[in-house]
Design a protein around this ligand. Structure first.
Ligand SMILES: NC(=O)c1ccc[n+]([C@@H]2O[C@H](COP(=O)([O-])OP(=O)(O)OC[C@H]3O[C@@H](n4cnc5c(N)ncnc54)[C@H](OP(=O)(O)O)[C@@H]3O)[C@@H](O)[C@H]2O)c1
Length: 495
C-alpha cells in the first residue's frame, strides 16, 4: 500500500473483549512497528468494564513484549492507548466520548478524524451508532472524517440485515460504513484476483469449456471453544457461508471489473451473487448437507460431541458443518458446479479453492483411456499453507510410456520470505486510507442473505428435507457430503 493514512483516532467499542486483544490492538501494533500507521494517531478503548488507561495498557503489555520488540518500542506504542468506560445504552457515554475525543485529537494532532470499530456483540451495533450519531460524532464537517467498522455477522437473516442497514444509514452514508470480512484481508484471498487478472494465461480457460468443477473448503480442527453463546444461534451456515464462503466463490467466479476501484470491484461481485441459482424447498437435500459433530478422537485424544460442549443445548439442532452445491447461471459458468464445504472439528485445518479442469478429450497413449489421465487441478491454498499448486501429468523416466501426476508448488513463504501480513493489519489500514475495495457493500451483504434465505426458512420449518447428520469429531464430515459429489460422479479432495 503506497498511500499514507491520514492522522486519526481509532475508537474500539467492546475493547475489553477477545477480538480487541487477539486481533485489533496486535494488528495496530504490527503496523506501528512497520511505520505504516499515520504519523499521529491514538487508540481509545471503550467498554462497560471499569478500567483506566493504565490498566487497559497493561492488558496488552505482555503480548507486545512477546513480539521480540524492545520495551521502549512497546511503551512508545502504549503511550497512544487510552480507555473510557461506560454503558453503551447511556447517552452520557457519548457525551463524555465526544469531550475525550476533542481533547485527544488536540493532544495527538489527529485533526478530528475518527475510525469507530464495533467489536461488541452485534445486538449493540445500532445502539452504538445512534449514540454516536446523536452526539454528532458521525458527521464529517470541516474536512474531518468519521468511519465505522462493522464486524460480521451483518444481521441474522435477510430481514435483520435490512433492519441493521437502515439503522446504520440513518446516521452514516455507505462511504462511511466498512463491513469487515477478515477473509478478504488475507494475502492469499487477494491473490485470487491477481492470479486471474494479472496473468494472461488463465482468463481464456476460466470458464465452462475448460473447468469441470470447483471445490471451496474451509475445514477447522477446533470445536466451538468458548463461543457457544454466539454459535448456538448462528451455526455454520450463518457463521461461514453468508460471508467467507460466498465471498470466495464471488472472487473465483466474478467477471473482471474494468478497474480495481472499490465500487467497480464490488459491482462485479454483486452481479455474481445475483447469478447464483436460487435454492428451492423441492429436493433441497440434493443440494445441501448439514451436519453436527458427535464424539470422536484426534491424535488418540477423545473429543466431546457438540452437544456436550459448554453452553450448548443437549438437544441442539445447530449445524457445525455444511456442504452445498451451487450453480451459477450465467454465460461463463453454466453447468459448472461449485461445491462448498465448511465445518468444525474435522480431521485437518485447511482453507483452499481447488479448480478442477476437464479431462483431455482423447487419449493417444494406447491403452490409457482419457478418463485415466488425471485432470489438472489448480489449488489456491489460503491457510495454513499459503500458495498455489498445479497438478499435471508427466512422463516417468524410463523406456516405457508411464505417467505420474506431479505438482508444481508455489509457496508464499519460500517466494517472498517475509511473513504475510495478518488480515486485520491490512484491513485497518484500508479503513484509514478510505479504501472500501475489500469491504462488503450493503447490496453484497443483502444478496448473500438472499441466497441463503430459502435454506434458513426450510431448516426452520422442515427437518425431513435436509436432516441433521452426525459426524465423528476428528473425521472428514458427514457421509451425506460425500453423496453430494458421488451422485455427480465426483469426489471431494482429501482434507
Ligand atoms: N473474536 C473473534 O475472533 C471474532 C472474529 C470475527 C468476528 N467477531 C465479531 O466481533 C465482535 C466482537 O467479538 P469478541 O469475540 O471480542 O466479543 P466478546 O469478547 O464476546 O465481547 C466484546 C466485549 O463486548 C462487551 N459485551 C459482551 N457482551 C455484552 C452484552 N451482552 N452487553 C453489553 N456488552 C457486552 C464486553 O465488554 P464489557 O463488558 O467490558 O462492555 C466484551 O468484552 C462480535 O460481533 C463477533 O461476532 C469476532
Amino acid at each position: 500500500m503506497e498511500v499514507k493514512p491520514d492522522p486519526c483516532g481509532v475508537v474500539i467499542f467492546g475493547a475489553s473483549g477477545d477480538l480487541t486483544h487477539r486481533k485489533l490492538v496486535p494488528a495496530l501494533f504490527e503496523q506501528f512497528q512497520r511505520r505504516l500507521l499515520p504519523e499521529t494517531f491514538f487508540i481509545l478503548g471503550c467498554a462497560r468494564s471499569e478500567l483506566d488507561d493504565q490498566v487497559f495498557r497493561d492488558s496488552f503489555r505482555q503480548y507486545l513484549l512477546s513480539r521480540e520488540v524492545t520495551a521502549g518500542a512497546a511503551e512508545e506504542f502504549l503511550k497512544h492507548v487510552y480507555y473510557l468506560s461506560g454503558s453503551y445504552e447511556d447517552n452520557a457515554l457519548y457525551k463524555r466520548l465526544s469531550e475525550r475525543l476533542t481533547e485527544l485529537s488536540e493532544q495527538e494532532w489527529t485533526a478530528g478524524n475518527c475510525l469507530y470499530y464495533l467489536a461488541t456483540p452485534p445486538s449493540l451495533y445500532t445502539t452504538i451508532v445512534s449514540g454516536l450519531g446523536l452526539a454528532g460524532l458521525t458527521s464529517q464537517e470541516s474536512g474531518r472524517w468519521a468511519r465505522v467498522v462493522v464486524e460480521k455477522p451483518f444481521g441474522h437473516d435477510l430481514a435483520s440485515s435490512r433492519k441493521l442497514d437502515s439503522a446504520l444509514h440513518q446516521w452514516l452514508s455507505e462511504e462511511q460504513i466498512y463491513r469487515i470480512d477478515h477473509y478478504l484481508g488475507k494475502e492469499t484471498v487477494q491473490n485470487i484476483f491477481i492470479l486471474r487478472f494479472a496473468n494472461a494465461i488463465f482468463e481464456p480457460i476460466w470458464n465452462r469449456r475448460y473447468i469441470d468443477h470447483v471445490q471451496i473448503t474451509v475445514a477447522e480442527t477446533l470445536g466451538v471453544e468458548n463461543r457457544a453463546g454466539y454459535y448456538e444461534q448462528a451455526g455454520a451456515l450463518r457463521d461461514m457461508f453468508q460471508n467467507h464462503m460466498l465471498e470466495m466463490l464471488s472472487l473465483v467466479a466474478m467477471e473482471p471489473p474494468a478497474t480495481f476501484e472499490a465500487d467497480r470491484h464490488r459491482d462485479e461481485k454483486v452481479k455474481l451473487l445475483r447469478s447464483i441459482r436460487p435454492f428451492s424447498d423441492n429436493g433441497l437435500g440434493d443440494w445441501l448437507v448439514r451436519g453436527q459433530y458427535a464424539a470422536g478422537a484426534a491424535q488418540e485424544q477423545p473429543l466431546p460431541a457438540y452437544r456436550q460442549e459448554k453452553g450448548v443445548n443437549a438437544e441442539s439442532q445447530t449445524e457445525t458443518y455444511v456442504a452445498m452445491k451451487v450453480m451459477v447461471d450465467n454465460w461463463r459458468w453454466q453447468g459448472v458446479p461449485f461445491y462448498l464445504r465448511s465445518g468444525k472439528r474435522l480431521a485437518k485445518q485447511v482453507s483452499e479453492i481447488a479448480i478442477t479442469f476437464k479431462s483431455v478429450p482423447h487419449s493417444m497413449f494406447g491403452k490409457i483411456a482419457p478418463e485415466r489421465l488425471q485432470p489438472n487441478v489448480l489449488t489456491l491454498k489460503i491457510q495454513p499453507e499459503e500458495g498455489i499448486a498445479l497438478t499435471m501429468e508427466a512422463k516417468r523416466p524410463g523406456p516405457r510410456m508411464c505417467m505420474s501426476s506431479l505438482t508444481l508448488n508455489f509457496s508464499y513463504r519460500d517466494a517472498f520470505g517475509e511473513r504475510s501480513s495478518n488480515a486485520y493489519e491490512r484491513l485497518l489500514l484500508d479503513c484509514m486510507v478510505g479504501d472500501q475495495t475489500l469491504f462488503v457493500r450493503h447490496d453484497g451483504a443483502e444478496l448473500a442473505w438472499t441466497v441463503l434465505e430459502p435454506v434458513i426458512n426450510n431448516w426452520q420449518t422442515s427437518v425431513d428435507n435436509c436432516p441433521l447428520e452426525f459426524y465423528e469429531a476428528g473425521g472428514d464430515g458427514p457421509q451425506g457430503a460425500d453423496r453430494l459429489l458421488t451422485n455427480d460422479g465426483r469426489r471431494w479432495r482429501p482434507l
